[in-house]
Ligand binder design. Structure first.
Ligand code: IMP
Length: 206
């Protein structure tokens, strides 16, 4: 099977994706290993548009099958914000800490019942010619806590509680996140089709 390039420079997110693909004998390369690959401007209005743009542009630059992933947090009481702006919610100098501080400030002292939210993950796969041939989106429902709990994960995880478990993704083990998360759900749906595509394209080259 040919390898596939992951078009993300976010190390924690990439590690999660590597772990999801690991058991499926898919050889994953990082975009960071291709000096010719430029930053992709994530200016789409939707997770789908950004994931497709990342997959397609990087595939054309590196000449390999490529996975584009775009994800973020949608908070019910904030009309779906921060949404596609999740990584840059607190502005150009955004950090996880600043983004979380802004989120908690915006929610103020709303009660737990009004703090519903969901993580969204969209994954697009482009062939080496830059054409998007697979596209999947999945969500994971939760609730935004008032105080951070736990140090696992990244981004909004210390504040994102899975109500059924009474724990945040910051507290739950990475193994549990690897089953429940938006990213896990999207990749579970994508993997059978991805493996088939790579397998078929490998046979076509023989
Ligand atoms: P992207 O790299 O442009 O897709 O930005 C994704 C952003 O959404 C991250 O920087 C986080 O702020 C947020 N996000 C996406 N997935 C997760 C997750 O699994 N945990 C915590 N934050 C996440």
């Amino acid at each position: 099977m040919p390898p596939i390039v992951l078009a993300s420079r976010n190390r924690k997110k990439s590690a999660e994706i590597q772990a999801l693909l690991g058991p499926h004998a898919v050889q994953v390369l990082s975009v960071a290993d291709f000096p010719q690959a430029t930053e992709v401007d994530e200016d789409g209005d939707t997770f789908a548009a950004n994931a497709a743009k990342k997959a397609s542009q990087i595939a054309l630059q590196v000449g390999h099958w490529t996975i584009g992933e775009d994800s973020g947090l949608r908070v019910d009481a904030l009309g779906g914000a921060p949404g596609v702006y999740s990584a840059r919610y607190s502005g150009p100098d955004a950090t996880d800490e600043r983004n979380n501080a802004k989120l908690i400030g915006e929610l103020g002292n709303r009660p737990a019942a009004e703090r519903g939210a969901e993580y969204v993950c969209h994954v697009a796969v482009a062939n080496p010619q830059g054409k998007v041939v697979l596209s999947v989106e999945a969500t994971c429902r939760g609730r935004i806590t008032t105080l951070p709990r736990g140090t696992n994960g990244f981004g909004y995880d210390p504040y994102f509680e899975i109500p059924e478990y009474h724990h945040t993704f910051g507290e739950l083990s990475p193994l549990v996140k690897q089953v429940l998360s938006h990213r896990a759900r999207a990749f579970r749906r994508l993997i059978p089709q991805l493996v088939q595509l790579l397998h078929d394209s490998g046979s076509a080259e023989l």
